[in-house]
Ligand binder design. Structure first.
Ligand SMILES: Nc1ncnc2c1ncn2[C@@H]1O[C@H](COP(=O)(O)OP(=O)(O)OP(=O)(O)O)[C@@H](O)[C@H]1O
Length: 228
């Protein structure tokens, strides 16, 4: 499903963020990416949705070799991959409904189908009654739910989340994790970078630990393994 072969990434400033990474993730898996700050977790994640390109090595997602897709085809790849960020990245002047619909509108869906899909997905994240609100009128947890709704509205096969609970309090974080588990239970692959020891050690999943740009541990039902 997701195959990384011998991946190296050196940024323009000469920093090598990934130093020979090999990974194979099956459809439907839930994988935590852990490791110290600066280890290469975000870089690893950005390569998967082609926010960054590897310096060397190949990444295959489904039937697609990312090194072979042209820039204009990247939006099609993004249809198969939903992305959730620590800081939500919602459009502040758009309502909850519009923030989610926007993800569909860019790929030219009909208005009727947009409405149906947006309302369905807002129901999944428990925010149907907030469709008309602006992001600024919502709590942090609610804003993150909107960003999850936006990530899943196209029914992607993969949802990638970079520290999705990083800005949320513990109670809210557990609610967000429950939503991710529900999405995963429907067959969606979840890949989540996190610094939360509590979450990783409580909701047991596959753990891939990255340190200094290499994978140092890859365990099913693994532990967080760091003190903070
Ligand atoms: N756009 C960039 N240009 C240059 N160097 C970068 C860039 N992005 C990341 N780096 C560097 O690459 C290394 C890995 O960074 P990355 O963001 O992947 O780490 P991380 O494990 O996600 O860290 P954190 O847990 O702090 O978010 C770091 O040394 C970082 O400074």
């Amino acid at each position: 499903m997701i195959l990384m072969k011998d991946i190296y990434k050196t940024y323009g400033n000469g920093v090598t963020a990934l130093n020979g990474v090999n990974v194979d993730i099956e459809q439907g898996e839930f994988v935590y990416i852990v490791g110290p700050s600066g280890a290469g977790k975000s870089t690893f994640i950005k390569l998967m949705y082609r926010e960054e390109k590897p310096t060397k090595g190949s990444i295959i997602i489904g039937d697609t070799d990312l090194s072979e897709i042209k820039e204009r085809k990247v939006p099609y790849l993004r249809r198969d991959i939903g992305v959730v960020f620590q800081d939500f990245k919602l459009l502040p002047k758009m309502s909850v409904y519009e923030n989610v619909a926007f993800a569909l509108e860019v790929i030219e869906e009909s208005p009727k189908s947009i409405r149906k899909q947006v309302m369905e997905v807002l129901e999944v994240v428990g925010l149907k009654n907030k469709a008309r609100s602006l992001p600024s009128e919502l709590s942090g947890g609610e804003q993150q739910r909107v960003s999850i709704a936006r990530a899943i509205v196209n029914h992607p096969k993969i949802v990638i989340a970079d520290e999705p609970t990083g800005n949320l309090d513990p109670d809210t974080s557990w609610g967000i994790m429950k939503t991710f588990e529900e999405i995963n239970a429907r067959g969606t692959t979840i890949i989540m970078a996190t610094h939360s020891k509590e979450i990783v050690n409580t909701i047991k999943k596959r753990v891939i630990a990255i340190e200094g740009g290499i994978i140092v541990r890859d365990e099913q039902r693994g532990e967080y393994g760091y003190e903070i």
